[in-house]
Ligand binder design. Structure first.
Ligand code: CA
Length: 221
């Protein structure tokens, strides 16, 4: 259920895809391959991928961050939307999942735009900050372990430029955020981040109910 926008009935969702999706054959192949995987629900939905590519184009992004790669669908759609000298610094801890990602990035001829860093994402992000790269990124996509969502948001906010965009995935969390009976740690972390960003004067924000909820935050000057 995470692989399509929540809250739409099946007929309307099918219409949305058939009338508006521009997914390439290669992206569709990657999506079908990933759907067979045990962790398939970690895959973003195709209409969300298309929306993120549009956002990247809209802000004229060149230098981007991806926190949580999985099998590489989102990095691929973003990389395709970047100019030829664009860059994705892609953070993940799994060699196994990202091996699939790498093979598709190569097939799509965007591997040269994607710098995969296999390490805990916080280490990679802190390394970028220590190397003086704060304020140099245009876009960041946060889609990794929910326990660190606030840490990823804070690092991403530091690393993007004023006018840069952070997109945080799964912020409607299968609807669990709205259920007061759900009090597990991950749900609480996501709820806390949504509330924090709502009141965060450092950004302008909107939570878009596409996919499993995509929280958008633009860094103010
Ligand atoms: Ca996700």
């Amino acid at each position: 259920m995470s692989n399509q926008s929540i809250g739409l009935d099946q007929r309307l969702y099918d219409y949305l895809l058939s009338a508006t999706l521009r997914e390439t054959d290669l992206l569709a192949q990657l999506r079908y391959e990933t759907a067979a995987h045990a962790q398939a629900r970690m895959q973003i939905s195709p209409e969300q991928g298309q929306f993120m590519a549009l956002l990247v184009q809209l802000i004229g992004a060149k230098k981007t961050l991806e926190i949580g790669v999985f099998t590489g669908y989102s990095a691929l759609v973003v990389a395709q939307a970047l100019p030829e000298d664009g860059q994705v610094i892609a953070c993940d801890v799994s060699e196994e999942y990202t091996a699939i990602a790498l093979s598709y990035w190569q097939k799509a001829n965007v591997a040269h735009k994607i710098d995969l860093r296999i390490a805990p994402a916080l280490d990679t992000l802190d390394g970028l900050i220590a190397a003086g790269e704060s304020g140099t990124f245009d876009f960041a996509f946060v889609d990794a372990d929910k326990s660190n969502y606030d840490n990823y948001y804070e690092r991403a906010l530091q690393l993007i430029r004023p006018g840069g965009l952070i997109a945080v995935d799964n912020t409607l969390w299968y609807g669990r955020v709205a259920d007061p009976d759900v009090q597990d740690n991950r749900t609480k972390r996501i709820r806390a981040l949504n509330e924090k960003v709502q009141g965060d004067k450092r950004v302008n924000m909107s939570l878009v109910p596409i996919g499993d909820g995509l929280l958008l935050a633009v860094k103010n000057n």
